[in-house]
Design a protein around this ligand. Structure first.
Ligand code: PAF
Length: 304
């Protein structure tokens, strides 16, 4: 089929053929793994990849990975917009698109050997979505094996995924440098996501509360973890329809924080997931805990 845009490989063999002219010394191959339904957030990932690649090449994969969806999750209704995705890849200077079928990625059906994410795979997103990160890490490991990139770019929007992929790359010596690109937001602060299109107009308006809550936490973080958490919870109460799944403040590596009231400033990350109607949204931001010069007012009533 004659399509505009970058060449598309749908098999491993086609991918190897299309990539072979790009595999040159000092000419990095940069991978951006996606599940398609591309939006401005992905465009920013491609631009970051282009910058990392320099004279090298950018490969985008488009594959809705069944292994990371639990039964009852939105695998079947996950948006598929391949022609628009190709147009965006073309505009953003992607050199090769890899869009395999499920059989091409999993020729023997469900794989017997998978990548185990360890303890970090069972908390936060992993607690709500058992098996999700096993599916993500397994497909990313396969993409690393097939594309053999020097660098891979992931969005900070899926922060736990970014931390786990970084860790996998290091722990399994993949040789791939994992880069995290900043989250792209709408004018009201809502983080761009392929799932935002499911929000009805009123829910879409309410969804901006996530961003306001995270920013409130950032503003109070100098007074310690309980104050930051309390500030976020107060803002979230503005939208009673919101069903908060988790709101957590952790170290940048997602370890638990030992000292909730550090004297000096320490870097941390606030992460949350919430449902509006049937749509589940996640977001996160960096914050700096501690270091306030004035006593906190009001004092946070609890640590929960
Ligand atoms: O973030 C995503 O879109 C997916 O989890 C990824 C990394 C492409 C793996 O399927």
């Amino acid at each position: 089929m004659n399509r505009p845009g970058p060449p598309v490989a749908s098999t491993r063999a086609e991918l190897a053929d299309l990539l072979s002219p790009f595999r040159q010394p000092r000419s990095p191959v940069v991978l951006v793994p996606t599940m398609g339904a591309l939006h401005a957030g992905h465009a920013a990932l491609f631009r970051r990849a282009r910058k990392e690649a320099g004279d090298g090449s950018v490969v985008a994969s488009v594959f809705v990975n069944p292994l990371q969806f639990a039964p009852g999750e939105d695998l079947d209704r996950y948006p598929r917009t391949f022609d628009d995705d190709l147009a965006m890849a073309s505009r953003e200077g992607v050199d090769v698109v890899f869009a395999p079928s499920v059989d091409e990625m999993y020729p023997d059906g469900e794989p017997l050997v998978t990548v185990e994410p360890g303890p970090l795979g069972t908390v936060l997103e992993g607690e709500s979505r058992p098996g999700h990160f096993r599916g993500v890490l397994t497909v990313v490991a396969k993409l690393f094996g097939l594309v053999r990139p020097d660098v891979a770019v992931f969005g900070q929007k899926d922060y736990q995924q970014l931390v786990l992929v970084t860790r996998m790359s290091r722990d399994l010596c993949s040789g791939v440098e994992v880069v995290g690109a900043e989250t792209v937001r709408e004018a009201d602060g809502l983080a761009l996501s392929s799932r935002n299109r499911y929000l009805a107009p009123e829910a879409r308006r309410q969804a901006a509360v996530l961003n306001r809550a995270l920013r409130a936490a950032q503003d109070r973080a100098a007074y310690g973890l309980p104050a930051a958490r309390w500030a976020a919870m107060c803002v979230l109460k503005e939208v009673p329809e919101l069903d908060v799944d988790y709101l957590a403040i952790r170290t940048p590596d997602l370890a638990e924080i030992d000292d909730p009231h550090p004297l000096g400033p320490i870097p941390a990350r606030i992460l949350m997931a919430a449902r509006i109607g049937s749509t589940r949204l996640i977001d996160n931001m960096p914050l700096t805990l501690g270091g306030a010069t004035l006593p906190a007012t009001p004092v946070a009533p609890s640590d929960q």
